[in-house]
Design a protein around this ligand. Structure first.
Ligand code: MG
Length: 380
């Protein structure tokens, strides 16, 4: 029986993880749940899964839940979430908090030497090097949940790792693939949230529409698999059946495929080295008879280039990239800026940033808050 802690249990990934766990009560026991503020959903989850530990980030929500749930001590704030992220009895921590808010709990889990199923890609974007070196010291294990990285993880083993020449991350291309540059300016948040293939949270769906999500995934892949930026390619693949291609020096490839459903990588991250039965619908190859691939249009989606640039620059730049993007996406969702402004805002903040080396988590947080402040000022 694996004891599981879920950070971000009321979000899209958290809920899918609980769907998997619900089906396999003999394999998993939920011992901790943490959420930002959706306490109605959290209350239901507490009743069903009876965790020992609960944490709520938002102060008001925490106070409300505390009045309703009397038999468990409910911790609060970042500190409370970090506490449940480091419980010694936990076999696996699913880190699924959205955005930069997931960094500290993930880092604490790494410091505590835990096994982490990582869905919060931002922590690797912001602090990849630091997390990698810390994990080496503490023996923490990171199992990717991001579908493309889970795919690569499944294709790489110690025998073939030295012979990899390139890895290819696939991207559906989002809702605006093939659009004209003058059309994309005026797309609405509603249109951007209408992702053709994946059901995800709001921020990542907008990041998918700008291709920034794929850029973050390039950075994530670099730190997870120790592969140089120039050896990580991106391919648009509208069917979202092939999740990665690993290319070897002899000109051959290994691909990982499934119908697009986040339950597949979530279930594998929880169950590894086992696999669980009936997680996703098998592919009907007579229906899915065409797999298309094309290079991304970086003229239309320039955010992808910003991510490569941030990775090559290193230091505090990837943290700045992430923070500026979070603020710009928020502003777009609130109707304050247009779709193409997202790129312009991030680019401006990156250009204004004096890169510093990252020696501690405080250096990361400082770069993060600087970029947030600058982006907010830019948006006005
Ligand atoms: Mg992904």
């Amino acid at each position: 029986m694996k004891k599981v802690v879920i950070l971000g249990s009321t979000g899209s990934i958290g809920k899918s993880a609980l769907d998997v766990i619900r089906k396999f009560p003999d394999k998993f026991k939920v011992i901790g749940l943490a959420a930002r503020s959706s306490i109605n959903i959290l209350e239901e989850q507490i009743k069903e899964f009876k965790p020992k530990y609960v944490a709520v980030y938002d102060n008001k929500a925490w106070n409300e839940l505390r009045k309703k749930i009397k038999n468990i001590e409910i911790m609060h704030g970042t500190e409370g979430i970090c506490q449940i992220a480091t419980k010694t009895e936990a076999d696996i921590i699913l880190s699924a908090i959205v955005g930069a808010a997931g960094l500290l709990p993930t880092f604490e889990a790494v410091l505590a030497g835990k096994t982490i199923a990582l869905a919060n890609k931002e922590s690797l974007v912001m602090a990849g090097e630091l997390i990698k070196t810390t994990a080496k010291k503490t023996n923490a294990k990171i199992i990717p949940v991001d579908s493309e990285h889970s795919a690569i993880f499944q294709c790489i083993n110690s025998c073939n790792k030295p012979y990899i020449s390139k890895i290819w991350l696939t991207a559906s291309g989002g809702p605006f693939r093939g659009m004209k540059k003058n059309e994309i300016k005026n797309v609405t948040p509603q249109e951007a949230l209408n992702h053709p293939k994946w059901k995800m949270g709001k921020r990542i769906t907008i990041d998918s529409a700008t291709l920034m999500n794929k850029g973050f995934e390039v950075i994530e892949a670099h730190y997870l698999f120790d592969i140089k930026a120039e050896d990580i390619g991106v391919l648009i693949h509208p069917q979202s059946i092939v999740h990665c291609l690993v290319e070897f020096i002899d000109g051959t490839y290994i691909a990982q495929m499934s119908n697009p459903d986040m339950k597949a990588p979530i279930a594998l991250a929880l169950s590894i080295p086992e696999r669980l039965t009936n997680i996703v619908k098998p592919i009907d190859w007579t229906v899915t008879s065409q797999l298309q691939f094309e290079m991304p249009d970086t003229d239309l989606f320039p955010c992808l280039n910003l991510a490569y640039e941030a990775l090559k620059t290193g230091g505090s730049m990837p943290a700045v990239l992430n923070a500026a993007d979070e603020i710009a996406v928020e502003a777009f969702l609130a109707g304050k800026v247009k779709f193409n402004n997202i790129y312009e805002i991030i680019k401006k903040i990156m250009d204004a940033h004096n890169v510093v080396p990252i020696n501690s988590i405080d250096d990361v947080l400082e770069a993060d808050s600087w970029a947030r402040k600058m982006a907010k000022k830019e948006i006005g």
